[in-house]
Design a protein around this ligand. Structure first.
Ligand code: AKB
Length: 306
């Protein structure tokens, strides 16, 4: 089994690579990204997912079986770079889908996001199938990507697997350019200065997940037998859900002097269009998903390591 992780130096990739190396062996996992440098113990190739020929050559030369394509521009940054975000998120995805269509790789993981939902989507326990009217370029690219997944699976039998990630929270890596980034920044500032200015309103609740759960879900859906993966566009996936005020109260249980202030910006407008919580019954039923971290376990874990 030979695995390629694209976008390996990002928030998810930098944790996923280590877990894959432990499971499948150091030599079996090739990490790639657009930066020059990577951790010394990685097999690393500098690669841009938009470089179709370079990607194809690497995949053929290394006889890659599975790709995890994590290269994307997240919601907040994408709003500042609309054209490039669309190009990266869409063309990058199609480049890997086409390798699967040609039978060059056997299986593809591509993350979707809660950003596929929009202002008219029911906010609480958002179902797997419902109104989807994303109003960010990131959300539009993720919804289009989901439709490509379903299309490539139906028409060409492509084995593509996907999860709608909620906000991801971890201590080993930093997020970059998302609307949910506050829930990681807050822990670093709590330790550094004892206070935090939130760019989301105190009552803006979002679905969130501990990185360890997200990495485990990513590997579990890829390892699931083919017949268990019934939703090919992308699965709803839930861990926990909270707003900045609830997170602050939980942090204060451990750091009583911690304080928060609020200066909501345009990221709060994006967050207001997303669900508060997610119904992930289908992932639980189809391939046995079960989260481990609720808000209190998540806060303990973050404060233990930061
Ligand atoms: C973002 O905030 O853009 C991401 C996401 C929810 O997909 N973390």
């Amino acid at each position: 089994m030979k695995i390629l992780v694209i976008g390996a130096l990002g928030q998810v990739g930098s944790e996923l690579v280590g877990v894959l190396q432990e499971k499948y062996g150091l030599d079996q996992v090739i990490a790639s990204d657009i930066r020059d440098e990577a951790p010394a113990n990685w097999r690393y190739e500098k690669l841009d997912v938009l470089d179709k020929d370079g990607l194809r050559k690497l995949v053929i030369d290394e006889k890659i079986d599975w790709i995890f394509n994590l290269a994307a521009m997240l919601s907040a940054t994408a709003e500042q770079n609309v054209d490039f975000a669309w190009k990266l998120n869409m063309e990058g995805h199609l480049n890997t889908l086409n390798l699967a269509k040609e039978g060059i790789i056997k299986r593809l993981f591509w993350p979707s996001s809660i950003a596929v939902f929009g202002p008219s989507t029911p906010k609480d326990q958002t179902p797997q199938r419902t109104i989807m009217d994303p109003n960010t370029v990131y959300g539009i690219s993720k919804l289009a990507g989901e439709r490509w997944n379903a299309y490539y699976h139906e028409k060409f039998g492509v084995d593509v697997r996907s999860i709608r990630y909620p906000g991801l929270i971890g201590w080993k890596s930093l997020p970059g350019g998302g609307t949910t980034d506050y829930a990681v920044d807050i822990f670093h500032q709590a330790r550094k200065t004892g206070s935090y200015e939130s760019f989301l309103d105190e009552h803006t609740a979002l679905p969130m997940m501990m990185m360890e759960d997200a990495v485990r879900a990513t590997i579990e859906i890829m390892e699931a037998p083919d017949n268990e993966v019934k939703v090919r566009e992308s699965y709803n996936l839930s861990g926990t859900s909270f707003n900045p005020d609830e997170l602050t109260k939980e942090i204060k249980k451990h750091l009583p002097d911690f304080s928060i202030s609020y200066a909501p910006d345009n990221r709060d407008i994006i967050a207001q269009s997303w669900p508060h919580s997610i119904d992930d019954a289908e992932a639980r039923k189809d391939w046995g998903w079960n989260h481990k971290y609720g808000i209190s376990e998540l806060v303990v874990e973050m404060l233990e390591h930061i």
